[in-house]
Design a protein around this ligand. Structure first.
Ligand code: ATP
Ligand code: MG
Length: 342
């Protein structure tokens, strides 16, 4: 889809671009198209999407075979510097509004569902990214679920069960804050979690991780074939930045509640986690359910990449408002005539 943004968004884009300084071609933000007055201030969604793609493409993994986490620097901010932060913020606001308008069509059309999966080490910024990216969307069309250590009821079922129960409805955006991927991460790093799952012992072999990857690939293919569009985000924070954020949580009383001693203990397993994440991305990146490995040492950049990815995803669908048929047009005309009389 490459429809034109409606006039509300157009006006806002124009306002933002007016404050943007004139820059060389590469120094734009994805949601902040440069406006050439000679083009009659006309900006198309197509242009926003093109720029979003440029920002996300270095981080979008569709073929995992040769992927290495070392290929992506957690501190990467592409051609943006710290000085661009205020502009990135403004552009982000515009992006969020564009996203809201795409979501409105998604909801009205009621055909596609979108599932956004967020995985990361603690303090990588999952919650903040989710909050910021979804800040402008209509809550009626959006569902967020957080997956913690499984409950007794959840352990009494297969591992996909709790996620399947809360897949997004058509027309909705579903967000998984952690997901079934924990089954290849924390459960792999801590085998005692696997022991708690009550799987018949004869089924737990050394192949279990490859089997889970296969199951997840098949599940995501099934979703894709049923109109559930899956996009997965790994927020890639460095160990050093995580330490800084933990210390901030300890030192700042308003952030104390965010800190748990267990989070710090998990740092001891950093290398195991990185290996598990790398394997997970290698084995489950696909055209229909790509991974975005998003540099997460700079929150403003993380949010920009995530918002861009969501915009490009929605824009790739054939979203449009449902067309009104003849009968409906007649009904509208009759209602208008009746209202005019009163
Ligand atoms: P926050 O950013 O607030 O810390 P969080 O996602 O880390 O958010 P927590 O309540 O701190 O939430 O942690 C949830 C914990 O549940 C994580 O340590 C995660 O690894 C664990 N978890 C999630 N799914 C599973 C699973 N299937 N098996 C075992 N542990 C799981
Ligand atoms: Mg936590």
């Amino acid at each position: 889809m490459a429809g034109v943004v409606n006039s509300g968004v157009l006006r806002r884009l124009e306002a933002v671009s007016a404050v943007a300084s004139s820059q060389c071609n590469e120094q734009w933000s994805p949601h902040e198209p440069q406006i050439h007055r000679t083009h009659n201030m006309k900006i198309e969604m197509k242009e926003i999407v093109r720029r979003c793609r440029k920002v996300t493409s270095p981080f979008r993994i569709v073929k995992g075979k040769d992927f290495g986490l070392k290929d992506i620097d957690p501190g990467d901010t592409l051609w943006f510097t710290d000085k661009d932060k205020p502009r990135a913020k403004k552009a982000h606001e515009v992006g969020v509004r564009a996203l809201a308008e795409l979501q409105d069509k998604l909801y009205a059309q009621d055909k596609w569902a979108v599932l956004l999966i967020f995985q990361a080490m603690d303090a990588a910024g999952k919650d903040g990214a989710i909050k910021h990216v979804m800040s402008g969307v209509n809550p009626q069309g959006c569902q967020v679920f957080s997956f913690k250590s499984p409950s007794a009821e959840e352990l009494d079922h297969d591992y996909l069960w709790r996620c399947m129960k809360v897949l997004p409805n058509r027309g909705h955006i579903g967000i998984f804050n952690r997901s079934y991927y924990e089954e290849t991460l924390v459960v792999r790093v801590h085998p005692e979690s696997l022991a708690r799952q009550k799987i018949p012992p004869s089924l737990v072999t050394k192949n279990i991780w490859n089997q889970r990857f296969e199951e997840i690939r098949n599940f995501e293919q099934y979703l894709a074939r049923n109109g559930v569009v899956v996009r997965k985000f790994f927020l890639h924070v460095s160990k050093k930045e995580q330490r800084r954020r933990f210390l901030e949580r300890i030192e700042n009383s308003d952030k104390n509640w965010k800190f748990s001693a267990n989070d710090a203990a998990e740092r001891e397993h950093w290398r195991d986690y990185m290996e598990a994440y790398e394997d997970m991305i290698r084995q489950t990146a696909s055209d229909e359910a790509p991974w975005y490995v998003v540099p997460a040492d700079n929150k403003w950049f993380t949010r920009m990449v995530v918002a861009s990815a969501v915009i490009e995803t929605l824009a790739s669908l054939d979203l449009r408002y449902p067309e009104v048929d003849k009968d409906k047009l007649k009904e509208l005309a009759a209602a208008k005539a009746a209202l005019a009389k009163k």
